[in-house]
Design a protein around this ligand. Structure first.
Ligand code: ADP
Ligand code: MG
Length: 664
């Protein structure tokens, strides 16, 4: 196959833009699928109503007249004959086309229809009449490159011979009557009718979902036998510990504790997902569970997705568990080698009972004396793959996953299959729902006023800087710019801190601990604070450019406030798309938010695919393609059962799966 650079008509600028879209090879290019299609069908005038979008073709009847309204605006008028109907057409800023539109030119017009005056204000003109139906692929783009250009490059690539790896076994190919992969790819980019397009997309989606489900099932089957550890613990002791806590447990916390107790006491290995909305109090449940494990003589490990969160859990554990006798340690990537070595040694000797850390906990160098229980916090942040990293430790601990992103039950069952689920739905007593408002930048004064109110009460505020995708550097600039503004407004009345991705872990931690100790009152941050951080005195969250975040991410951010009996506020600064943001002003229920997110965006964000790289599909979507997913699930199970080493194709598939898991 050719190199991307060699593609006809692709210059250095085009190449750079394609690279920015993640396209580096011809095969990346041809698997850069459209995210939607525009279907152009001739409008039936008998049913068209005022302001309908219409597509109509015909011939030009009058010489177009161009009016120059001002330097930036011109207007062109002409008459058109569409199968006997005479329509007048107006289009703006296309005056330059006039010379191409003499009387008798065949043309297609797309625009808004006014039946009373037989008039169309066109948004687009095309030369030529309409085919029966035209299906136009629409690609995700970035500034500087249009969907049309991408389509153009793809057509050039499709003209050359190309080869694609095909991972659908011939028996399934037959079973579903799929087209070949090559043909499907061609159709997806250059569809001629909806029927073929449907078949082609199904083929491609199926392959993606099959490989995905295969990976899931492979992980499940590979899971060490289901025999767990034997323990006996007197529940009385657990109750005594619970009684020392500064609050009483909510009903659902208590239920979860009891379920976990039963799991741990049973000889079957525990594999439980504890889901509960942000702020519902999952951490304490994890600590109680670790205590059960400690009493039965094993070590526990609690893994958090970020260093800040690990540190916070550590402080929390030290304070809540001070009278339990548990020896608690922390291990994160940024610790000095010498400190790490000490922790390694202590873990190996069994001198630490509960270790809290980031995924540094499961790197190869770490050996445990008798690891019996593993908890991963914010599970959705880790990939499914992390599940297999325990395998390397040669142990069969009980496992508890915690997640604040509620997954609709059917999907959870499909994806996590053999997992038990506990849900915490009740929130701690006395909490007031966070009041959420949308504000535009014109309202900035009012927003600052409201911030000032909170500061006067002695409360603290998070400010989230606009999201920048391209680089960490600009991310840092954004935070700094915002901090200058805030300093102007509040520099005299409070201390302001910043937190961004470019800071060293130690610096981040310093700022975070200053914020939790109320030495800083306004924390300006990127989304580093998105998960888990707990500062109950913070009562306001202001999120800039909120329209750029997914709903679930916003809900997580909002979950940083409303963590005490104080009334909290969340202000979503946004110039656009306020309709979507409305959902957040209407509900504080993470489950509802995630359902909406699911409907709006598909599954990607919900399962944290962005972070984990696990569930990024080029075309498939877990919600819309659920029935294909079910087929793929079943087929992948059969595939694993009947796996035949001698079959070339089966081997190829298996290699891909194993390789994809090593990579992470
Ligand atoms: P999450 O489920 O989001 O991880 P946390 O475990 O961080 O939530 O708990 C959020 C806050 O609620 C913490 O400040 C914690 O101390 C507090 N909390 C937890 N359980 C209760 C309870 N039963 N009553 C009152 N406050 C609680
Ligand atoms: Mg948490």
């Amino acid at each position: 196959m050719k190199q991307l650079e060699e593609l006809k008509g692709l210059g250095p600028k085009g190449l750079r833009l394609l690279n920015q879209l993640g396209i580096h090879t011809i095969s990346d290019l041809i698997s850069y699928y459209p995210f939607r299609y525009d279907i152009l069908k001739r409008t039936d005038f008998n049913t068209a109503k005022k302001d309908d979008k219409v597509v109509i073709d015909g011939v030009i009847e009058s010489v177009p007249r161009v009016f120059h309204i001002n330097r930036k605006l011109d207007k062109m008028d002409f008459k058109m004959n569409a199968q006997g109907y005479i329509l007048s057409i107006t289009i703006f800023n296309r005056g330059f086309l006039k010379s191409q539109l003499p009387i008798g030119t065949k043309i297609t017009v797309i625009g808004k229809y006014d039946p009373l005056h037989n008039h169309i204000v066109a948004s687009e003109l095309r030369l030529g009449t309409l085919e029966k139906e035209t299906i136009e692929p629409v690609y995700h783009t970035i500034y500087g490159i249009s969907s049309k250009q991408i389509s153009h490059y793809i057509s050039a690539a499709l003209k050359e011979p190309f080869c694609v790896e095909d991972y659908v076994l011939s028996e399934y190919q037959e079973k579903y009557g799929f087209l070949s992969k090559e043909k499907s790819i061609r159709i997806v980019h250059q569809p001629t009718n909806e029927m073929d397009l449907k078949k082609a997309t199904e083929r491609i989606k199926y392959e993606e979902l099959f490989l995905f489900m295969l990976k899931m099932n492979y992980l499940k089957n590979n899971k060490q036998n289901k025999i767990g550890l034997k323990r006996t613990v007197d529940y009385q002791k657990i109750q005594e510990f619970i009684d020392t806590l500064p609050y009483s447990l909510t009903v659902d916390q208590e239920k979860s504790v009891q379920m976990i107790y039963q799991d741990l006491m049973s000889p079957i290995r525990m594999n439980r997902l504890l889901q509960g909305d942000v702020g519902s109090g999952k951490t304490v449940v994890a600590l109680i569970a670790s205590y059960m494990n400690y009493l039965s003589g094993y070590q526990s490990a609690l893994m958090a997705p970020t260093e800040i969160l690990a540190e916070q859990h550590y402080q929390n554990a030290i304070s809540l568990c001070k009278n339990t006798g548990m020896r608690i340690g922390i291990l994160t990537g940024k610790m000095k080698i010498k400190e790490k070595r000490e922790v390694y040694e202590a873990l190996k000797q069994g001198n630490i009972d509960l270790i809290i850390g980031t995924h540094a906990l499961f790197t190869e160098t770490v050996e445990y004396a008798n690891l019996g229980f593993v908890i991963t916090d914010e599970q959705h942040r880790f990939g499914v793959n992390q599940r297999s990293s325990l395998k390397n430790k040669g142990v069969t601990p009980d496992i508890l996953y915690m997640s604040a992103t509620p997954i609709p039950r059917t999907y959870a069952l499909t994806l996590y299959g053999d997992m038990d689920i506990s849900s915490i739905k009740t929130i701690p007593k006395g909490r007031k729902p966070v009041i959420t408002k949308i504000a535009s930048y014109r309202d900035m004064k009012q927003v600052l006023k409201e911030m000032y109110e909170q500061l006067k009460f002695g409360h603290q505020i998070y400010v989230i800087a606009p999201l920048i995708e391209e680089s960490d550097k600009s991310d840092f600039e954004n935070v700094n710019k915002l901090s200058e503004k805030m300093n102007k407004a509040f520099g005299k009345v409070c201390r302001i801190g910043v937190l961004h991705g470019k800071m060293k872990p130690a610096e981040k931690e310093e700022v975070m601990s200053q914020f939790s100790n109320n030495e800083i009152q306004i924390l300006i941050s990127t989304t580093v604070v998105e998960v888990g951080v707990d500062v109950p005195n913070a009562t306001m969250m202001v999120i800039f450019d909120s329209y750029r975040f997914g709903l679930s991410a916003l809900h997580q951010l909002r979950g940083r406030v409303g963590r005490s009996e104080l009334q909290s506020y969340c202000i979503l600064m946004s110039e656009r798309e306020t309709e979507r943001l409305q959902i957040l002003t209407q509900t504080n229920d993470g489950f509802k938010v995630s359902e909406e997110d699911f409907l709006l965006r598909g599954s990607g964000d919900l399962f944290g695919a962005k972070q984990s790289g696990d569930m990024v599909f080029q075309m498939a979507n877990l919600k819309n393609d659920f029935s294909i997913l079910l087929n793929a699930k079943q087929d992948s199970e059969i595939f694993l059962e009947q796996f035949d080493q001698k079959n070339f194709m089966s081997n190829k598939i298996m290699n891909l799966i194993e390789k994809s898991m090593d990579l992470d």
